[in-house]
Design a protein around this ligand. Structure first.
Ligand code: ITT
Length: 220
């Protein structure tokens, strides 16, 4: 079985892995840059399935004003790379509500911190068509691979009231299509079966694992 290293300095978690076939450590590794612990847990769960060798760096990166999440992620990953000088992965995500013409979209982080879940529910008072979608844009940069972007999305609707205690951000008011639960009522594994982040993360992971046949991008 192939295993990897997940090293999380900031959140106090460290997992050791080795490649049982050769007994050697895997040299390919990357840094996941995020200040959001909820995101970090969701990514970790998926990357663990793939046995990736990564660590989490809670560094804040500037978020440029842009409508396109991919552009925001692209800017952030290059900013992070210039500081860390290691293969780096960042995500920009957002909630797009149809009745609000896509608001809060790229401004989700700011809107969550200011008006929050209750503010969104107020804006949605009396609104019958409650369709919404979460989007995720993942940007990876290493000198060997250059810049790569992976996206994921999940359609759903905004609930009438907040439900559930799990997850983070707008999870208590988002019900993905195919479920009656909000994301906050789901376990992490269950949310990962639906979420925008999990979809983008799996696309990245499927691509990243093919790099194992290329020269290592990072040596211990
Ligand atoms: P980093 O940039 O440090 O990764 P952040 O929380 O600022 O953390 P984003 O800019 O991608 O990350 O944040 C978008 C906001 O959208 C986030 O703070 C949440 O409020 C919301 N959001 C994104 N994905 C979400 C999810 O899976 N569940 C609930 N809310 C989410």
């Amino acid at each position: 079985m192939l295993r990897g290293v997940a090293e999380d300095r900031s959140y106090g978690e460290r997992l050791e892995y080795s490649d049982n076939r050769s007994g050697s450590r895997i040299a390919m590794r990357f840094v996941l840059v995020t200040t959001n612990k909820g995101k970090a847990s969701e990514f970790s769960e998926i990357f663990r399935e793939y046995g990736f060798n990564f660590r989490i760096e809670p560094m804040a990166t500037p978020e440029i004003q842009e409508d396109d999440l991919r552009e925001i992620a692209r800017y952030s990953v290059l900013y992070a790379y210039k500081i860390l000088r290691e293969p780096v992965l960042v995500e920009d995500a957002g909630l797009f509500i149809k009745a609000l013409n896509g608001f809060p979209g790229p401004y989700s982080s700011y809107v969550y911190k200011t008006i929050g879940v209750d503010g969104i529910l107020k804006l949605m008072e009396g609104v019958v068509r409650r369709g919404a979608r979460f989007e995720s844009a993942l940007a990876f940069y290493s000198p060997l691979t250059e810049l790569k972007i992976f996206t994921g999305a999940v359609e759903g609707r905004i609930s009438e009231e907040p439900r559930g205690r799990g997850g983070f951000g707008f999870d208590p008011i988002f019900i993905p299509d195919g479920s009656v639960k909000t994301f906050a009522e789901m376990s992490l594994e269950e949310k990962n079966r639906f979420s925008h982040r999990a979809r983008a993360a799996r696309k990245f992971a499927e691509w990243f694992k093919t790099l194992k046949t290329l020269p290592p991008i990072y040596q211990d």
